[in-house]
Design a protein. Structure first.
Length: 194
């Protein structure tokens, strides 16, 4: 093969070789990234549990209400029960005598702070709601709590209807959403051991 043709042949193959080399480098980088993430111990939140494996039933009696908000303990308790049923394999009951563990909760306080106002009317449009709660999960046989948080602080922003006084009415969608958000955070904390 003449020297000129051989060079042209390698130049044509050079583009394909470059593409092939780039693909190999990209594949190696992807593989290394996947191995690095897998080796760091990351996992999907809520899908592992630090709770004893022999538990099958958890009792969730109605939370204690230390606030002036009427029936808020019932909304929070119902939301926690729904969250446990949705995210875990445990059978949830209300009677502590028939359970492997008992989750006691107490709503200590609920504070609201205005954070956004309507520029035209000056009325509050968004509130920051802060809930302080005490939560203890204890096995029926164990003296030491499996999970305990003496001051669980939950904060979130909520849109306010035109009348601020209706925000804490039981039927208000914001209160329903707040109880679901609280329950989601609480159950995640219990399962992950935070």
């Amino acid at each position: 093969m003449p020297r000129r043709n051989r060079t042209a042949h390698f130049r044509r193959g050079g583009n394909g070789a470059k593409k092939s080399w780039h693909i190999r480098v990209a594949l190696c980088m992807t593989l290394l990234s996947a191995l690095a993430v897998a080796g760091c111990g990351y996992h999907v939140a809520g899908h592992s549990s630090n709770l004893p494996t022999d538990w099958t039933t958890i009792a969730v009696p109605t939370f204690k209400n230390d606030t002036v908000q009427y029936r808020i303990e019932q909304l929070f308790t119902e939301a926690v029960i729904r969250e446990f049923i949705t995210r875990t394999k445990y059978h949830i009951v209300s009677d502590p005598q028939s359970a492997d563990a008992v989750l006691h909760g107490e709503i200590l306080s609920i504070d609201t702070s205005p954070i956004l106002f309507d520029a035209n009317t000056g009325q509050v449009t968004t509130m920051l709601v802060t809930v302080h709660a005490r939560v203890v999960l204890q096995g029926a046989k164990a003296e030491k709590p499996v999970y305990q948080n003496k001051d669980m602080v939950f904060r979130s922003e909520y849109q306010i209807p035109s009348n601020v006084s209706t925000f804490f009415q039981q039927e208000d969608p914001a209160l329903q959403r707040m109880s679901r958000d609280f329950a989601s955070e609480l159950v995640a904390n219990v399962l992950e051991g935070f």
